[in-house]
Write a protein that binds this ligand. Structure first.
Ligand code: UDP
Length: 239
């Protein structure tokens, strides 16, 4: 049997990527592909926690540019992540995975509230736990929520799904000579402002020595490769 390199992982999925080819909302192709990829790693015996963004529906910052009060906009953004969490839960349950959604903003008719010990128990029973509503606080991002939940749940790694195949020294779309890092340190990410996760999330990971793997989730099978230790993507580590 294939042996995973990580036993407990926190997977951060982008809300924006959920749109696929659409301009807004949730592409069933993308969400079903995510569900299949997650099933592949659950089948390896890995405990999987998930944080999903909300950028395909609403972002507080964009709302503020259009005159929405920032805190209200951030609440709207956090609620958007709950919509995505429920959509992902539905896609995973359709293919036979046991799942739970826990939210940082309580809405007991929709999902459980975030309770660490309860989440731990779900994971031990082989359920996938999706953490919705970010950190529950405005002015944060779901990247920070991912780092926070990973630390609280004591996972081995944060796996950040993106549309590119890793972290580059400059934008690979604009510069043909951009070089991809196999590994990079938290400090380099912060000092060079490399696009991995926002600075709050990176600092949390650095303080708690939590490695981050960035990989391209649009290629089916990639998540399993990361879990099996194949050198795809970029790993962010301590100096
Ligand atoms: N958000 C927030 N606090 C959090 C997490 C998210 O206020 O702890 C809001 C914020 O407005 C953000 C939106 O939710 O823009 C959606 O999250 P994010 O932009 O991180 O999603 P992604 O970029 O992954 O799609």
């Amino acid at each position: 049997m294939e042996k995973p390199c990580y036993q407990k992982v926190l997977l951060k999925l982008s809300g924006e990527a959920l749109m696929g080819e659409q301009e807004f909302g949730i592409s069933s192709d993308v969400i079903n592909s995510y569900a299949m990829q997650i099933k592949e790693i659950v089948d390896l015996g890995v405990q999987v926690s998930i944080v999903i963004g909300g950028g395909n529906i609403f972002r507080g910052l964009s709302g503020a540019e259009q005159g929405v009060d920032r805190v209200t906009g951030d609440h709207m953004g956090m609620l958007a992540t709950v919509i995505n969490s429920l959509a992902l839960q539905n896609a995973m349950e359709k293919i036979g995975l046991a799942t739970r959604v826990q939210t940082a903003i309580e809405m007991p008719k929709v999902a459980e509230p975030f309770i660490k010990r309860k989440a731990q128990r779900h994971l031990e029973k082989g359920r996938v736990v999706i953490f919705g509503a970010g950190t529950g606080n405005p002015y944060f991002t779901t990247d920070t929520a991912a780092a926070l939940r990973a630390i609280e749940m004591n996972t081995d790694v944060v796996i950040k799904a993106t549309k590119v195949d890793g972290v580059y020294d400059k934008d690979p779309v604009k510069y043909a000579d951009a070089v991809k890092y196999e590994t990079v340190t938290y400090t380099e990410v912060l000092n060079k402002d490399l696009k991995v996760m926002d600075a709050t999330a990176i600092s949390l990971c650095r303080e708690n020595k939590l490695p981050i793997v960035v990989f391209n989730s649009l290629v089916p099978g990639n998540l399993k490769k990361v879990i099996l230790g194949e050198k795809i993507g970029t790993t962010v580590v301590a100096e």
